[in-house]
Ligand binder design. Structure first.
Ligand code: FES
Length: 155
């Protein structure tokens, strides 16, 4: 895989706003993640230095809050529900078929960063089980064929 050089310049606007504010580490991390889609190590080191917060503490925050990602995510986020209602209607089979089709395991990202495929436990749409969310759109009454076709179509 090609190593891309990370452009840290966009972080400057964030530091300009927050550098002097004590305890602003969470909004800084949120804004940095909005820029990069995740929080690369280089970004965390820069934040640690500029915000004068020990790197171990910065990591502590990112691992405590599930909203932060330390690895690069796919362009499309597919969340397949395997909660009780979906499970009894065959979600486990959908997960294994779709993951195999993508060539990854559940909760992984394809090597080309096209898709991150996550398993979640209830999307609040049990009446539509089995259910999945693709880039914030909910899809219901799924089966392995339907789901595989939709995931394949994602650009
Ligand atoms: S269990 Fe799947 S949406 Fe609730």
């Amino acid at each position: 895989m090609e190593e891309e050089t990370l452009d840290l310049a966009p972080l400057e606007d964030i530091f300009e706003e927050y550098e002097t504010k004590k305890g602003a580490i969470i909004p800084v991390l949120q804004k940095a993640q909005d820029i990069y889609g995740y929080l690369p190590e280089e970004v965390l080191q820069t934040i640690s230095r500029r915000m004068r917060v020990p790197l171990s503490q910065v990591y502590g925050v990112t691992t405590f809050y599930s909203q932060f990602y330390l690895t690069r995510r796919g362009r499309h986020i597919v969340r397949q529900c395997d909660g009780t209602a979906c499970h009894v209607r065959g979600s486990a089979r959908i997960i294994s078929v779709v993951a195999r089709d993508l060539g990854i395991s559940a909760d992984e990202t394809t090597p080309d960063y096209r898709v991150t495929y996550e398993v979640v436990y209830c999307l609040g749409s049990c009446g539509l089980a089995p259910t999945a969310v693709i880039d914030d759109n909910v899809y219901g009454h799924l089966n392995p064929e339907k789901m595989t076709a939709m995931v394949r179509e994602l650009p």
